[in-house]
Design a protein around this ligand. Structure first.
Ligand code: ZN
Length: 122
């Protein structure tokens, strides 16, 4: 924060587990002390799209990000499932969103970005 004086707000990314949600709440309180708004919370690793059948598998549970957002009275930006294709795209240095348009994870990332853009525009 000290190195980036133009920062106008923060987005907190959590995973669904209770212990991660606790850390997200701590981070939000820290951001509050810096007098910055929390623009929203994203739940990452929110289940996984099975590479074999394409169905969702709940690895770490779901709903923790929404719960943290509700507790903190900040917007919930959405949940993004874990996706092996996204991991590969990262390792290859290629933007996942350009490679896999239409996948469940792409749809989730797009929805999160749409929510965030709307909040920033306000
Ligand atoms: Zn499967």
């Amino acid at each position: 924060m000290q190195l980036a004086p133009n920062v106008k707000g923060a987005v907190i990314v959590t995973t669904p587990q209770d212990v991660a949600v606790l850390d997200a709440v701590k981070a939000a309180k820290f951001i509050g002390k810096l007098e910055l708004p929390v623009l929203g919370i994203i739940e990452n690793m929110s289940g996984m799209v099975c590479p074999h059948c394409g169905k969702a598998v709940d690895l770490f549970g779901t709903g923790g990000g929404k719960k943290a957002a509700d507790d903190l009275h900040v917007p919930f930006l959405g949940a993004i499932p874990l996706d092996p294709a996204m991991v590969r795209a990262g390792d290859e240095g290629r933007p996942f969103i350009l490679l896999h348009s239409g996948s469940a994870t792409w749809v989730a990332v797009n929805a999160v970005m749409e929510s965030l853009v709307k909040i920033i525009e306000r």
